[in-house]
Design a protein around this ligand. Structure first.
Ligand SMILES: Nc1ncnc2c1ncn2[C@@H]1O[C@H](COP(=O)(O)OP(=O)(O)O)[C@@H](O)[C@H]1O
Ligand SMILES: [Mg+2]
Length: 248
């Protein structure tokens, strides 16, 4: 762990229903900007996030700013200042944008940071009376990220925020994350390598419940052979676009 590390995960292990899901995840989340957590489907990315948050039983070490959290219950971990935007966004479709945000408010010294959220995402202010279920995927992602910014968190964890979104919306969400990361460091679980390339300085790659690689994101993305081995992506510049079936 270096002085530039905010969250240091060491030898994280998770056992669910008698099955070892994680067996040795190491991860350093940088104090600034975006750190990406990569890996193929089923590699253990979401379980790692759930382990950090104490949503699944875990062993090992999870230190936030040097303080050990691995024995803490989720509510205590979250109160240390970790905001979570889960894989399915967790936005309440039948509530308005404003109501979704209000539900995320927690008591704090300075009160909820609506100024920051509305400055980063003016669209959420404009749409505050709109039902969240009628928002686009990208706008819902803004609600999910905006919620994590309300409470003066020290770290935001976003689990595959661009998953299932159209390419244009992926770009919008990447911009959202880029802006958010200027305010708060972000751990970004992401399969879209173009997004990783644009946003992340550091990355870790999981394979089969373990850390298979950690280092500067540019090194991994610049090394086509290693990227292919760890992530299963093709040769040449790693891109976001899913390969299309032949159109003919
Ligand atoms: N609650 C659970 N019970 C049993 N198996 C699980 C559970 N959660 C995840 N897994 C399994 O653990 C592996 C890692 O899952 P996950 O962390 O969701 O991967 P990723 O987010 O990288 O796609 C997968 O094989 C998945 O099926
Ligand atoms: Mg996942």
């Amino acid at each position: 762990m270096t002085a530039g590390t905010l969250l240091a995960v060491r030898d994280l292990r998770v056992l669910i229903g008698g099955r070892h899901i994680l067996h040795g995840v190491d991860l350093d989340v940088a104090r600034h900007g975006v750190t990406a957590l990569l890996g193929r489907n089923g590699a253990g990315k979401t379980t790692t996030v759930r382990g950090v948050l104490g949503l699944v039983p875990r062993t090992g070490s999870v230190r936030l700013d040097g303080a050990e959290t691995v024995a803490l219950p989720t509510h205590a971990v979250v109160r240390l200042g970790i905001g979570y935007a889960p894989e399915d966004r967790g936005v309440f479709a039948s509530l308005t944008v404003a109501e979704n945000l209000r539900l995320a408010e927690r008591p704090g010294a300075d009160g909820p940071a609506y100024g920051l959220v509305h400055e980063l995402f003016p669209e959420l202010k404009r749409r505050e009376r709109q039902l969240a279920g009628t928002l686009s995927g990208g706008q819902q992602q803004m609600v999910a990220i905006g919620r994590t910014l309300l409470n003066g968190n020290r770290l935001i964890i976003a689990d595959e925020p661009t998953k299932g979104l159209a390419p244009k919306v992926v770009t919008e969400v990447a911009q959202v994350l880029e802006r958010a990361a200027e305010a708060v460091p972000v751990l970004l679980v992401e399969q879209n390598l173009a997004v990783v390339r644009r946003l992340a300085r550091h990355c870790a790659v999981l394979a089969d419940g373990r850390t298979a690689h950690q280092g500067p994101a540019a090194d991994l993305l610049g090394d086509a052979e290693t990227a292919r081995r760890l992530l299963g992506v093709g040769h040449g510049p790693a891109t976001a676009a899913p390969s299309r079936e032949a159109d003919s």
